[in-house]
Ligand binder design. Structure first.
Ligand code: UDP
Length: 160
């Protein structure tokens, strides 16, 4: 069975998370992976990539008419990003809560953006905003051979 054809609902929901170039430069990769692992989500894909401007324009297509769009593409292509796919129950919505708000100034302490950044144009992490966006983004950033099926020996201690 192909990963992209499996039902991405319930405990199989997936989201796309990326540590942005500033997060990589600021050595936040370990901290961010740690938070998702310890929460109980399952890592199914991870790679360090220099994103092309074409890929980033596709990724942020819905923002193409915003005044900050070209700066956003420059920011996101300024260095490698760590692209990840995480899986678990309600992972899309929960990951957004773990990230905080788009503007770090509005993000609560304890969230990633609330704890580790100051400005919107350097907000260290991306997370899909809906299940639909997640499916689009995962297929944009990952080939299906890069998404791993593996049995999590701890899952009975995460789900009842
Ligand atoms: N962004 C920005 N200025 C703005 C709004 C957004 O620089 O006024 C950047 C910011 O890095 C944000 C990204 O554009 O994370 C994508 O914006 P979106 O509204 O999709 O926010 P997100 O889903 O990342 O919270």
């Amino acid at each position: 069975a192909h990963f992209f054809q499996s039902g991405w609902t319930g405990v199989n929901e997936c989201t796309f998370i990326a540590v942005k170039p500033d997060g990589v430069q600021r050595k936040m990769v370990g901290e961010i992976v740690r938070r998702f692992e310890k929460k109980g989500f399952k890592l199914v894909g991870l790679k360090l990539v220099q994103a092309s401007e074409d890929l980033l324009r596709d990724h942020y297509w819905s923002l193409r008419s915003k005044p900050f769009f070209s700066k956003l593409i420059t920011y996101m292509s300024s260095g490698p990003v760590v692209a990840m796919v995480w899986r678990g129950l309600d992972v899309v919505k929960t990951a957004r809560k773990m990230l905080g708000e788009t503007n770090p100034a509005d993000s609560l302490p304890g969230t990633i953006r609330g704890n580790y950044c100051v400005e919107m144009g350097r907000n260290v992490i991306h997370g899909s905003d809906s299940v639909e966006s997640a499916q689009k983004e995962i297929s944009l950033w990952f080939h299906q051979s890069e998404l791993n099926r593996w049995e999590d020996c701890g899952s009975q201690w995460i789900y009842n």
